[in-house]
Design a protein. Structure first.
Length: 226
């Protein structure tokens, strides 16, 4: 019986998850620290869209953020592919392909920054609309005990991540500023703007879930492995 932690797919998946999460964290942090907006304001995750860190001509080190997104998205692709390849549950045929497409869309957000609003919006919302489905369907086998590679508490982390996604998707549908100007910030930017704050909650949650999954990937108990 093979050890699900030592298969090539498992090793590559964990590496992809951790490298992607690190790249996204470092790229975002560097861009946020160096950011000065059009009004001379510093960056705040409570009132700035995530993608404003990658806006060319505004964000002084937009390249760091966009590169982090590309690496992070591709890392998520590798992680979700490996997660599905080493699984035995039927839902792998959902969270594997959906997660791969979501990761590709996330990477393309870095390829097409906010300066390309139409394409940027399309790939960004592809990620947000598919990301929660990938996490939710991957969490179900863990929650019911069918995927013994992970501790059951990881399903709770998955549930928090899904709630963050759905809260953000709901907020952008009801936010009057978003309805009027899409990604454009209001003339008087508030100190707290729920839509971008929830977008950041999604990013933190998906990075956290991915890292926790990679670090908690364990040996399947005897008699229950592949």
């Amino acid at each position: 019986m093979s050890d699900p932690r030592s298969t090539p797919a498992a090793r590559i998946a964990r590496a992809g998850a951790l490298v992607g999460a690190l790249a996204m964290t470092l790229g975002s942090s560097a861009a946020a620290l160096a950011y000065t907006g059009n009004a001379g304001e510093p960056y705040s995750p409570l009132s700035h869209w995530v993608s404003e860190l990658g806006e060319l001509g505004v964000s002084s080190v937009a390249w760091a953020f966009n590169l982090g997104l590309v690496v992070g998205g591709l890392g998520f692709v590798v992680f979700m592919a490996g997660l599905a390849i080493d699984a035995t549950d039927r839902l792998r045929w959902v969270y594997g392909p959906v997660g791969i497409v979501a990761g590709i869309a996330g990477a393309l957000v870095g390829v097409f920054p906010m300066n390309n609003r139409d394409v940027h919006g399309l790939v960004a919302f592809t990620f947000f609309n598919l990301g929660w489905i990938a996490v939710a369907t991957a969490s179900v086998p863990v929650a019911v005990g069918h995927d013994r590679r992970f501790p059951r508490w990881l399903a709770a982390a998955g549930a928090v991540t899904v709630v963050a996604f759905l809260a953000f998707l709901y907020e952008v549908r009801v936010d009057p500023v978003v309805a009027a100007s899409a990604l454009d910030a209001p003339v008087a930017r508030p100190a707290f703007w729920p839509a971008p704050a929830l977008e950041w909650a999604v990013i933190v949650a998906i990075i956290g879930w991915t890292v926790l999954a990679a670090l908690s990937w364990r040996r399947t108990p005897a008699g229950e492995g592949r």
